[in-house]
Design a protein around this ligand. Structure first.
Ligand SMILES: C[S@@+](CC[C@H](N)C(=O)[O-])C[C@H]1O[C@@H](n2cnc3c(N)ncnc32)[C@H](O)[C@@H]1O
Length: 301
């Protein structure tokens, strides 16, 4: 799995308060905390392959927009800057704080179009509906249990306005590359764009094809010359989902998949496709099946 594919829990939703803090005591996934949140932005500083597609979808379907797992605002901020009213929900306080810092620089008009909410995308209630809901950049893969995936889809359906569109994009498992690279340690280096220090990212992924779970061990180190300034480790897991499984989960949750695109240029799916974009609408002819009562992490073991 290529380096840029590796993206990345507890509950309640809370809005950012006036002092720049989020009141929710939710627990973020470790790969989106502290050093990792900062590293996310460094790693994705020039990644915008999906942005034009989302700008186009927002123009076509209109406001308001909701982004599930908005992170540091990689997509949310350009969408707001283009004039869209957008709410972003994320579990990670550190990712949201970085998003807010970038919004503060962006200017008042853009910042006023944005609402940031700290919460769990498997169970939130915003009390309003949206014309476009996005789960971009592999966010759904954080649902390692099927009932979590179903919970996210059920919540999205509840928040979708009549005629609205739910967009899910994720990478298609490349089994050959997973088998070849599984268990191998890989090391990447980038230069910190502000401090000029060297960031070393040591990464090992293992793939369990029976449980369909990828486990990733990451160690980040920041070096100033020969001095180690800081380091952080995280073990994270992601679900391995094939397109048909996600389509079935969407159908089960009361959506119909109106279109599937290969990648972000709206092309047809082909054998070599790496990313898939599902454009979903509410299936008005079939009611959704009963969603799971509680997300997996709350279930007794
Ligand atoms: C791969 S990042 C994508 C960030 C952003 N959408 C982008 O395109 O750059 C996934 C984001 O989903 C968030 N996330 C994962 N599980 C979540 C959950 N259960 N509830 C809310 N946010 C979640 C993570 O904190 C992270 O910021």
């Amino acid at each position: 799995m290529r380096r840029s594919d590796r993206h990345g829990r507890r509950q309640n939703a809370s809005l950012r308060n006036g002092r720049g803090r989020y009141e929710c005591r939710a627990e973020a996934l470790p790969q989106y905390e502290g050093f990792f949140a900062e590293f996310y932005d460094i790693l994705h500083s020039s990644y915008d392959a999906d942005l034009n597609m989302y700008l186009g979808l927002a123009r076509e379907h209109g406001d308001p927009v909701l982004e599930l797992g908005c992170g540091t605002g990689r997509l949310l901020i350009p969408l707001a800057a283009a004039g869209h009213t957008i709410t972003g929900i994320d579990l990670s306080r550190d990712m949201l704080t970085r998003c807010q810092e970038k919004l503060d620089i962006e200017g008042k008009a853009t910042a006023e179009r944005v609402s940031l909410v700290q919460g769990d995308i498997r169970r939130f209630e915003l009390g309003r509906k949206f014309n476009l809901i996005m789960a971009a950049c592999n966010t759904i893969l954080h649902c390692t249990a099927t009932q979590d995936l179903l919970a996210v889809f059920a919540t999205a359906r509840k928040h979708l306005a009549p005629g609205g569109v739910f967009v899910v994009d994720f990478c298609i498992p490349n089994v050959k590359s997973m088998i070849e690279s599984g268990g191998e340690e890989e090391v990447f280096e980038v230069i910190h764009p502000v401090r000029g220090t060297r960031i070393v990212d040591t990464y090992k992924a293992t793939f369990d094809f029976v449980r369909q779970i990828e486990t990733v061990d990451t160690r980040l180190e920041e070096w100033d010359g020969h001095s180690l300034i800081r380091s952080a480790c995280a073990r994270s897991q992601r679900g391995i989902y094939f397109p048909r499984e996600v389509a079935l989960a969407l159908r089960f949750s009361g959506f119909k998949v109106a279109k599937t695109w290969k990648g972000y240029r709206r092309g047809p799916l082909v054998q070599t496709s790496r990313d898939i974009v599902c454009i979903c609408k509410v299936n008005t002819s079939t009611p959704p099946s009963e969603p799971p009562s509680r997300p997996s992490s709350e279930r007794p073991q």
